[in-house]
Design a protein around this ligand. Structure first.
Ligand code: NAP
Length: 317
């Protein structure tokens, strides 16, 4: 049986869109399936400043539109649908989606990762009412107000710098005594007069207050100094949580993963299942960057093309 497509890519972030471009350009009948909006995490970057070839910061939205345009120009098809299951029988993969079933010789998983929750009282209840996981999306609502940022990695530092343009009252709390973030980013945060960094500090609770309209919104937090064990309350209008990511691997529960749950591949992006490749933030990779995701997407598509040639007996030996 000939499948509908040669290659299906699941996930339309930087890795998936690049894989779609490379797959289609290699003359594979390529379909990219994305659940929500193309662009993935890059979509919410306010000013992307470290993608080679873009010396001036570019909005993630504009940038990923160009990724999409390029993939479509080479002939990739794009389907907006939620993938429900992924199975393989003989040499054919079956991808069941909310828009029907699609089949292919090879699949690239580029499903990315989602934000991690703090798991403290008040977080869930006040989500969307001052608790946020996206500074670009929600920061402007709190212009000139006080905001608390939780986390110590690149995301927390990057997003704090963005928020520091909106207000001079940012409190940033990190559970350790120094940042995990790249030094250049961490130094920028530490130098910012608008950011009050508190190390060895954790959030214990997020408290709501009633607005004059009777709505509940973030009003203050209980913080704990982990060195002294002392707790204290801090007023804040918003809590931005950037404490890492969880890979989206629900479709492939049985694939080998690292201790963080990220999918293991070889250097050709091949997973333990022949014909199933993986790229981007869902993969076990030492450096999660858009440029890395794009590079991995290109390698995965190239490997998929070679794999397909191989199973069809067209390999260049
Ligand atoms: P990350 O690098 O994993 O950092 C997560 C931070 O949150 C760590 O500092 C961690 O503390 C802290 N944390 C984790 N769980 C916590 C909890 N329950 N309570 C309090 N704090 C907690 O995650 P990320 O910053 O989201 O970055 C994810 C990936 O994307 C990284 O590879 C990063 O390099 C990349 N990224 C890059 C950029 C950029 O280059 N501009 C921007 C954003 C993201 P510990 O340090 O104690 O573990």
């Amino acid at each position: 049986m000939k499948p509908d497509k040669d290659l299906i890519i699941i996930g339309g972030g930087g890795a998936g869109l690049t894989a779609a471009q490379y797959g289609a350009r290699a003359n594979l009948r390529t379909l990219l399936i994305e659940e929500t909006a193309l662009g993935g995490q890059a979509l919410v970057i306010e000013g992307l400043e470290n993608y080679p070839g873009y010396p001036e910061p570019v909005s993630g939205y504009v940038f990923t539109q160009k990724f999409e345009e390029q993939a479509r120009n080479f002939g990739a098809d794009i389907l907006i649908a939620s993938v429900q299951s992924l199975t393989k029988e003989k040499d054919i993969f079956t991808v069941a989606t909310t828009e029907g079933v699609r089949t292919a010789y090879a699949v690239i998983l580029a499903t990315g990762a989602q934000h991690r929750f703090l798991g403290v009282p008040g977080e869930k209840e006040l989500s969307g009412r001052g608790v946020s996981y996206c500074a670009t999306c929600d920061g402007p609502f709190f212009k000139n107000r006080k905001m608390l940022v939780v986390g110590g990695g690149d995301a927390a530092c990057d997003e704090s710098m963005f928020l520091a343009k909106l207000t001079d009252r940012i409190v940033m709390v990190h559970r350790r005594d120094r940042f995990r973030a790249q030094k250049s980013l961490a130094d920028r945060v530490l130098r910012s007069p608008n950011i009050d960094v508190r190390f060895n500090t954790v959030v214990e609770k997020i408290h709501g207050v009633k607005t004059p309209m009777g709505m509940e919104k973030v009003g203050r937090v209980t913080l704990k100094d982990t060195l002294t064990g002392k707790t204290y309350e801090e007023d804040t209008d918003a809590v931005f949580v950037f404490i890492g990511t969880i890979p989206n691997t629900g479709l492939v529960p049985d694939l080998p993963k690292d201790e963080g749950g990220y999918i293991l591949t070889d250097q050709r992006m091949q997973t333990s299942v022949p014909g199933l490749f993986c790229a981007g933030d869902v993969r076990a990779t030492p450096f999660r960057q858009l440029v890395v995701a794009a590079g991995e997407g290109a390698v995965a598509a190239h490997s998929a093309a070679q794999y397909i040639d191989d199973i069809l007996g067209q390999a260049y030996l």
